[in-house]
Design a protein around this ligand. Sequence first.
Ligand code: NAP
Ligand code: ZN
Length: 357
Amino acid sequence: MEATANHTQIVTGWAGKDSSGKVTPHVFKRRENGPEDVTIKVQFCGMCHTDLHYLKNDWGITMYPIVPGHEITGIITKVGLNVTNFKVGDRVGVGCIYASCLNCEFCEASEENYCDQVQFTYNGIFWDGSITYGGYSEMLVANNRYVVRIPESLPLDAAAPLLCAGITVYSPMKHHNMFQAGKKLGVVGLGGLGHVAVKFGKAFGLHVTVISTSPNKEKEAKERLNVDGFIVSTDPKQMQAASRSLDYIIDTVSAKHSLGPILELLKVNGKMVLVGAPDKPVDLPSFPLIFGKRTVSGSMTGGIKETQEMLDVCAKHNIKSDIEIVTPEYINDALARLARNDVRYRFVIDIASKSKL
Ligand code: NAP
Ligand code: ZN
């Protein structure tokens, strides 16, 4: 019997079939709900820039057809026999991680994201050998180990981007002990990840400066997001004036750029975390590093336990993503706008709206 013989459930979704960066309606199959699984009726799915990288095959690893989406919220419609922590009707989320080995030191430490066999929610290979398909679809089957609970006070639409954008910035901020009131945080790139990093910074009492290529984002960054400083990175005078002023920097930029000028903004001993994933290597000149004894590190999403913790922190501090809700019919327009940096600050697909049309 084929390993995927139990993939009998027919699902409608939206898939990229070539590197055009566009999706079309796509019907595919998911497995039956197993004993450890939950079935989720997808309500909302955030559109991460990673979706665009994969759709365009920026990283050269895309398996077409690809159903993107790893910022998924929805309602449980079925639970497997061995599932005790969820019940039908629960409001839940699924992020980037769909499977991992469950045996290694990282899985045991709830850092499944660093398991060397980690498989993602889309463009991954599940334990049964099937390719994973993400949340640009009406229904998802997921092992309950990788499912989190959405706190009651968070709406399912504005919570969806927290499943990737939220945890991706929360995890390194916590790891590097950045949640200290009064410290100075720089956020490079005011997009999906960047605006949530700003919100965590403000919630924990940091002084937050945005470093952006978009002067037209300054007014709203100050008025709506309450940022304390805004530097236009293409203006050498503004960059110079802020030299050695920041304790931490989170770089969320999706395209190739140089870290040199940004590193100059850090104090001596300052730390930069890269979470953006450009397809080409970023420039990392050694002088700003060695002259400031500065550190550059990276971080990839977060573990499931920490994702739940992050959501609970968001509920406590009322942190939600700023979103523009779109219908599935609008996905291609939204992808085109995401590519030209025209989003404030996350598109979220109202998956269920299709049935309302
Ligand atoms: P996004 O919403 O498109 O935001 C990226 C921001 O980068 C833009 O808003 C823009 O901000 C800035 N930017 C874009 N092009 C630029 C350029 N050529 N030079 C300088 N700045 C530029 O994207 P996102 O969803 O936040 O994702 C950002 C990156 O993180 C992507 O590469 C994505 O794949 C990656 N990512 C990584 C992880 C992880 O686990 N590490 C998780 C999720 C996403 P300004 O207009 O303010 O300049
Ligand atoms: Zn993402």
